[in-house]
Design a protein around this ligand. Structure first.
Ligand SMILES: Nc1ncnc2c1ncn2[C@@H]1O[C@H](COP(=O)(O)OP(=O)(O)OP(=O)(O)O)[C@@H](O)[C@H]1O
Ligand SMILES: [Mg+2]
Length: 263
């Protein structure tokens, strides 16, 4: 369904005025960003800008010092990753927590195995479900019988994404998902992200590649020294504009483009 940007309604997620400090360092300093269904919002900024720390407050890995998180307009309490899951928030890291010696299906259902009516692990059902979802997300995937150690980075990534989607993720956090991938693999993950968008998921994407951000994201929020520089629609700006935000901390106003902080 095409997104009607004139009446977008309630954001899927709102991070409002989030702050978190480590010792004396304000890693995230009064940052507000939001995300709508079917949207990819890029989080950009230099090393140490606070991107990962911000999204870790959403994934439950860190507890914010101040600020609010709203999911579908309601205040959410997220103190740990388990809490995040109850809000259908799933995180995909570049360094994937996959069990190398197990196949795709075993990884997809790791810790949440399907069982037969009498309580045995139902390998056939898990493989059938895995084939179904991989058929949708990554139709070229064939390596169902191999341990995931035999998969490429992009294929591993697709298994992790399938796991999140199978367990009903609505909000996906991807922290540099293509950082260690080659061009072809990166393209595959980009296609997966597009597919997830079409399914109505909201995605926060941390990515250092401005070209990729232009191609994949709807909006981009730029951070610098823990603070939000601004949020723009990627179609309103050039790659150089985005770089000026990242490097020089230029605000949307200074660039002469509309702020897209509200959505
Ligand atoms: N657990 C922690 N303990 C102490 N300081 C931390 C911790 N996590 C992050 N920081 C600090 O918070 C700041 C923001 O770090 P963060 O990892 O969020 O940056 P980032 O934008 O994700 O950078 P990168 O692009 O390098 O991944 C940095 O100064 C970092 O050293
Ligand atoms: Mg980071």
């Amino acid at each position: 369904m095409p997104l009607d940007t004139s009446s977008r309604g309630t954001p899927l997620v709102e991070l409002r005025d989030i702050s978190i400090a480590f010792g004396g360092i304000k890693a995230v300093d009064h940052v507000s960003v939001n995300l709508y269904p079917g949207e990819v919002v890029g989080l950009l900024g230099h090393n140490g800008a606070g991107k990962s720390t911000l999204i870790k407050c959403l994934s439950g890995a860190y507890q914010k010092d101040a600020g609010e998180i709203l999911v579908n307009g309601d205040k959410a309490t997220i103190n740990n990753p388990r809490d995040a899951r109850t809000y259908h928030i799933e995180t995909i890291y570049q360094t994937l927590a996959l069990a190398d010696n197990l196949d795709a299906a075993s990884n997809l259902f790791l810790g949440r195995e399907l069982t037969t009516p009498v309580g045995f692990v139902d390998d056939a059902a898990m493989e059938a479900e895995t084939r179904k979802i991989m058929g949708r997300l990554n139709p070229n995937f064939r390596k169902f019988a191999d341990p995931v150690s035999a998969l490429s980075g992009g294929q591993r990534q697709s298994v992790a994404i399938a796991r999140a989607v199978y367990f009903n993720a609505k909000i996906l956090i991807m922290d540099e998902p293509t950082a260690a991938l080659g061009p072809q693999e990166t393209q595959m993950v980009a296609e997966l992200i597009d597919e997830l968008k079409r399914q109505g998921l909201g995605i926060f994407l941390i990515d250092h590649d401005v070209h990729q951000v232009k191609a994949l994201c709807d909006r981009a929020s730029v951070m610098k020294n823990g603070q939000l520089v601004g949020t723009v629609r990627v179609d309103d700006v050039s790659e150089d504009d985005i770089l000026a935000m990242i490097i020089l901390g230029k605000t949307p106003e200074e660039l002469g483009v509309a702020s897209a902080a509200a959505g």
